[in-house]
Ligand binder design. Sequence first.
Ligand SMILES: [Zn+2]
Length: 481
Amino acid sequence: MKKQFYTLMAMLVFNITANSQNLTQQSVDKAGTVIDKVIEAYGGSDKLNNLNTVSVEFETTNYAVNQSRKPGPPWDENKTKGLTVIDFEKQQFIAKVESLTATQEFKNTTIINGDNSQQIDYRAQTTAPIAEPDFMNTAGPFIRVTPALLVKQLMQRAHTAHYLGQSEVDGSMHDVISFVMEVGPSISLYFDQKSHMLNKSERVVGAFGMVGYRFHDYQQVDGIPFNQRFELFVNGQNNMLRNNKKTILNLPIAAHTTVNNKLTIAAPIEPDPLSRQKISEGVYHIGGNGTYAMFIEMDDHVVAVGGTAGIPERIALLKEVVPNKPIKYGVLTHHHNDHIVGAQAYADEGTVVIAAAAHEKVISDSTENKTLKIETVKTRRKFNSGDRELQIIDIGPTEHTEHLLIAYLPKEGIMFEADHFGARSFEHIAPASPAARSFAKSLKRNNIKAKSIFSAHSPVAASADNLKTAVEKAKNLTNKS
Ligand SMILES: [Zn+2]
């Protein structure tokens, strides 16, 4: 009897403790209290509910962290200007962006508008239908850098919100709320405890790491505070500064969804699943969804070229057709962060990585284990086996990078490069970019006569004629302007 009494008491005490300290309930309740004050500070729930269209004109400075011509700082700076427009009711989203930097010529518009979604390239004078448009996925980046729209999202998705705690930002205390948007990882929002303005946010994005945003210079637009400036940080490094020049609310946006009918209609933008293409005897181009690698069969081993995302899956597809030869070498074209992710996959395979000497440190720093073996190429290295000759050549400098390793099979006339001359299709050829123009010059300088140019971001090969046409078109463009 006594034992039962104590058990009952123990259960009672446990229940009381669990209820009063239930972290989930406390966190949800506290988040609700903070969100209520934030909604008021952003104009109130009626104003936010009625906020349907937003258009923002901006100018951006991009700091090319781990994407510059050199492997370390100071990073190259690129300026762009553009316009972003969103209509929540009609699920329409328009993003226009144009380069203001001489080394990066582009002027593009993305229109998400149901079956009339398009990707326009004004230099190429083409418009490509987007086969599977996704409003939230495409508009997400704009919402994440526009605090008023984040608060509107938070209001609609308050059921996913938790209170994380309080933290100091620039000397004042902030409440930190996390919530999840329809797509992507959860986002932490830092609201000033006095003004209730969003000054900072953060997300942990898979392989990229910690992506942070800072919002500055609030001004009222029709009774809703909008930031005039934001900064983007990746793992604490400043990647972007944007100045918002003009913010307009609740005006019809139909004019932005019309497409000039003089533009040539290009091949539709469709999902591109992983696949293997045999391009010559023992030579394979394997990839999908924007990243591709080349594999070259030698007598008793394979040489892989390219280090973008998904190398393990690409190796698996190769092993279906070349099961008994190890990948002895893996060539990394250059030091940019999206082209060295494959280093870890090669280390795991026991593959020797081939890289430009200037990129050795960046590559070895990027892998977890220090067992990675790297051999460097100065100007040109030849691999011979049976009838096969493979050359790995540093054709840098180009407008894109100081050093660039390309793979060249002189007998077959095949080459593989990264980031200089690629496209989803070469049916309509765009004027060559500054990087493509310097690439064409480098090929001449190095006496490379490739018939087919395969690329790290292209599902299809370009011909030598395609490159010539692109360079000619760029010349004509310069002559006209
Ligand atoms: Zn690159």
